[in-house]
Design a protein around this ligand. Structure first.
Ligand SMILES: Nc1ncnc2c1ncn2[C@@H]1O[C@H](COP(=O)(O)OP(=O)(O)OP(=O)(O)O)[C@@H](O)[C@H]1O
Ligand SMILES: [Mg+2]
Length: 343
């Protein structure tokens, strides 16, 4: 079911008082959905109106985020899919790009990769194929997708002799950058030229990591890749680490989380805990935020999305808040106390 918004939620998204929303409505910029208003929360508004108040409130930041880790099964696709959906719950327009031949993101949206004419593979290898030719509207309002298929396996060799082969995606997608608030790349579990293309087209990187010892090695390989990109191409990426599938009942998970927090202070995002709802939701072709709202995973990804909507200057402040304080911001409540340790 399509998400609708209350007037309070619109005010929150716009960063404006409710009176301003009424004013915009009075001037004809907004209109509620037809039907009876709820006695408690008032009229409801469609996604299009949420999108509009973002622009009216000057909150329409555009960001390009690459979800990357050469290690398999760490939660890249889950993060790309769920973060995108959680961003639309905040009125943002998102383009999701599947760059993995396994096409898990594509199937999460309910597309059959074998039935698609054109995919990200064609975008990367055929100079006549433009983004408009491959973009699909998804079942989630506010999300467009560029799907993937098995042909991606051959891309590496096919672009070998192309001039500026690391920039193919960036060059093709650049005209679209302003059309979306967020462009999210789901990478394959390797550091191939396809992944490098996604990194070059991005401004920031989310590295999902499982709290296991070999995850640390994967981070150091990745960090070298980021350093090389900066050295060779002057491309400076903002890197965020996202602990995923965290199970705090395990001592090792807690220890690794503490060690990561120490080593990457200011770059660690709030962890996503183990939650089987994240496995069930894509089977329904729905993000957990829609299929199972109010679950732990849904709340944690909503918090992640909220972080990515913050302007740069507020991010630092956010990183200094405790988890309880961050949750209070999300709930639009005043935090109690405020000195609790991060959960
Ligand atoms: N927080 C979580 N709790 C429980 N299961 C999870 C969580 N996050 C992801 N999973 C599950 O773990 C598996 C791997 O996740 P996902 O496909 O997102 O990883 P990936 O990094 O994209 O894998 P690949 O490298 O193969 O592309 C999936 O079955 C997914 O449903
Ligand atoms: Mg994946």
């Amino acid at each position: 079911m399509a998400k609708t918004f209350t007037i309070d939620e619109l005010a929150d998204l716009a960063g404006a008082p409710v009176s301003r929303i009424h004013e915009w409505e009075g001037r004809g910029f907004l209109r509620p959905l037809p039907g009876k208003a709820d006695p408690d929360t008032g009229p409801r508004y469609a996604f299009e109106m949420a999108e509009r108040v973002i622009e009216l409130g000057g909150r329409g930041i555009t960001r390009r985020i690459c979800v990357v880790n050469q290690k398999g099964g760490v939660g890249k696709t889950t993060t790309a899919f769920t973060l995108a959906a959680a961003l639309t719950d905040l009125g943002r327009r998102v383009l999701c790009i599947d760059l993995d031949a396994q096409a898990n993101l594509t199937t999460s949206f309910g597309f059959d990769p074998d039935m698609l004419d054109l995919t990200s593979s064609d975008l990367m290898t055929d100079e006549n194929v433009q983004p408009e030719d491959v973009i699909l509207e998804t079942n989630i309002e506010g999300i467009h997708a560029i799907p993937a298929d098995i042909k991606l396996c051959a891309v590496e060799t096919r672009i070998q002799d192309v001039l500026m082969r690391e920039r193919i995606l960036h060059t093709k997608l650049e005209p679209l950058y302003e059309r979306y608030h967020y462009i999210i790349f789901d990478c394959p579990p390797n550091l191939s030229r396809i992944t490098i293309n996604a990194l070059v087209a991005s401004q920031e990187v989310v590295v999902p990591i499982e709290t296991q010892s070999y995850s640390i090695k994967a981070i150091s390989d990745l960090t070298n890749t980021f350093a090389l990109l900066k050295q060779k191409m002057g491309h400076d990426l903002h890197v965020w680490l996202l602990p995923t599938k965290v199970d705090r009942r395990m001592r090792l998970a807690r220890d690794i989380l503490d060690a990561l927090d120490e080593a990457f202070r200011g770059r660690m995002l709030d962890p996503i805990h183990v939650d089987s709802n994240l496995i069930r939701a894509p089977i329904l072709c729905e993000p957990v935020t829609r299929a199972y709202p109010n679950t732990r995973a849904s709340i944690e990804y909503a918090r992640l999305a909220r972080f990515f909507t913050l302007p740069d200057e507020d991010r630092e402040r956010w990183m200094n808040l405790t988890l309880a304080q961050r949750q209070a911001v999300l709930d639009r409540k005043k935090p109690k106390g405020g000195t609790q340790a991060r959960a």
